[in-house]
Design a binder for this molecule. Structure first.
Ligand code: GLU
Length: 453
């Protein structure tokens, strides 16, 4: 079968076996489209049924989470852990707590994670998990009881050489602490079974900052390749969570101007640059709405959600040189891409997972906008998670500078690999294709080595 027909056959089988899992289908389609030139050249991937195998998680765990809210009402949620692929190492990937979480979302994230983790060149497989639990508006005690109930089931499936979860949307230092504490209580083992731990109890310096810092390093590597740099660039950033916050912090330190951030209720536009201290105080400490930012900074504008332009998002209407979508999947659509191009944006660098819709990506590419694909651009978080595992295993702790230097090098290596691979397959600079092929090839070759399992 020719390569294109092979990829289409597997995509059809996904549609039939996993109806309604639209995000998973979208993620698989994007990867498979990139793979056609590789599959044409290397017949052995088809001979070893790699695509058939790689789209199926090795194991999918779905469980009930039962917890008690503050009024002593028993509440239920669904919990997930998709152990997608362990060819390169223990399953590794975050947990997302958000009302939108369902099996299709967890599978899309887990699928992406396989190739992202492979690109880091570290020994980590791909997995993802989470729950439709909404931490927003819950008390600390409720979040703690939920995390404990979640771990009551999850603990039997994870382990430091088996599966090592971490944070994602809705899961930060607080949740990781409660999850770790409950694992320890249930098993009587103090082990690095999650990453993103507190510095005092097994965490790594630089993990909190890693995804955002890594994303900016990746953007810098892209711009350097084109004889340019991030310094002096006006950058539109979406999101106000861990990725966005540390993207903004690093942009400042590299001499760029991060002009925006956003949450589910609105966008802040601060042309002279987002104040990181205020952002952290509102989001990391206070867990409040961004509306407060404009009260504290009268020269900033707050654009509430209902003022978003037709079919697009206000954050992408702001004139900028570089866009850092750092909130969530499919947050940058065709209308947004048109707005960015019209305003002179030269680079879109994906801090979130799959934030750009396929038609938006095509429009950006057709108009010569440079593109840092999520699997490569946001791999810094999971890369430093692996450094945290390495420190735990050797019972050492490295300095912030040591971790940051390694992160910078890892991001450079990912860029070089994606770039060289794009060149090898005749589309120099197409980093989406380069990253997909390079990540896939690493996993697929190892799957062949490890036999039919
Ligand atoms: N959730 C992050 C990601 O999307 C980090 C995962 C990890 O550190 O394991 O890559």
């Amino acid at each position: 079968m020719d390569a294109k027909a092979y990829t289409e056959k597997i995509l059809t089988s996904i549609r039939e076996c996993s109806p309604g899992q639209t995000e998973f289908y979208q993620a698989a389609t994007e990867v498979f489209e990139s793979l056609v030139p590789l599959l044409e050249e290397e017949k052995r991937y088809q001979e070893h049924s790699i695509l058939e195998r790689i789209v199926l998680p090795e194991r999918t765990i779905i469980f009930r989470v039962t917890w008690m809210d503050d009024s002593n009402t028993i509440r239920t949620n669904l919990g997930y852990r998709v152990q997608f692929n362990s060819t390169l190492g223990p399953y590794k990937g975050g947990l997302r707590f958000h009302p939108s979480v369902n099996l299709g979302i967890v599978k899309f994230l887990g699928f992406e994670q396989i190739f992202k983790n492979a690109l880091t060149n570290l020994q980590i497989g791909g997995g993802k998990g989470g729950s439709n639990f909404n931490p927003k508006g819950k008390s600390d005690a409720e979040v703690m009881r939920f995390c404990q109930a979640f771990m009551n089931e999850l603990h039997r499936h994870i382990g430091q050489t088996r599966d090592v979860p971490a944070g994602d949307i809705g899961v930060g230092a607080r949740e990781i602490g409660y999850l770790f504490g409950q694992y320890k209580l249930l098993t009587a083992h103090f082990e690095g079974i999650v990453t993103g731990k507190g510095i005092g109890w097994g965490g790594s310096f630089g993990r909190r900052e890693a995804t955002g810092y890594g994303s900016v390093y990746f953007a810098e590597h892209i711009l350097n390749q084109h004889g340019d740099e991030i310094k002096g660039k006006r950058c539109a950033v979406s999101g106000a969570g861990n990725v966005a916050t540390y993207t903004i912090e690093k942009l400042h330190s590299m001499g760029a101007i991060p002009i925006s951030c956003s949450d589910s209720r609105g966008t802040i536009h601060h042309p002279k640059g987002i104040d990181v201290k205020t952002l952290k105080a509102i989001k990391e400490v206070g867990r409040e709405s961004l509306a407060k930012y404009a009260e504290l900074h009268p020269d900033a504008t707050y654009i509430p959600l209902h003022n978003y332009p037709e079919g697009g998002h206000a954050v992408w209407t702001l004139p900028c040189d570089v866009a850092f979508p750092s909130a969530t999947q499919n947050e940058l659509n065709f209308v947004d891409a048109k707005n960015l191009v019209a305003n002179g944006c030269i680079l879109v660098n994906e801090g979130a997972n799959m934030p750009t819709t396929p038609d938006a990506y095509e429009y950006l590419r057709a108009h010569g906008v440079l593109f840092g694909p999520a699997k490569a651009a946001n791999a810094g978080g999971v890369a430093v998670s692996q450094l945290e595992m390495a420190q735990n295993a050797s019972m050492q702790r490295w300095s912030f500078a040591e971790v940051d230097t390694r992160l910078f090098g890892i991001m450079k290596n990912i860029f070089d690999t994606a770039y060289a691979t794009s060149k090898e397959f005749g589309d120099e600079g197409n980093l989406l294709m380069g990253a997909n092929i390079a990540g896939f090839r690493k996993v697929a070759d190892a799957m062949i080595d490890e036999g039919a399992v």
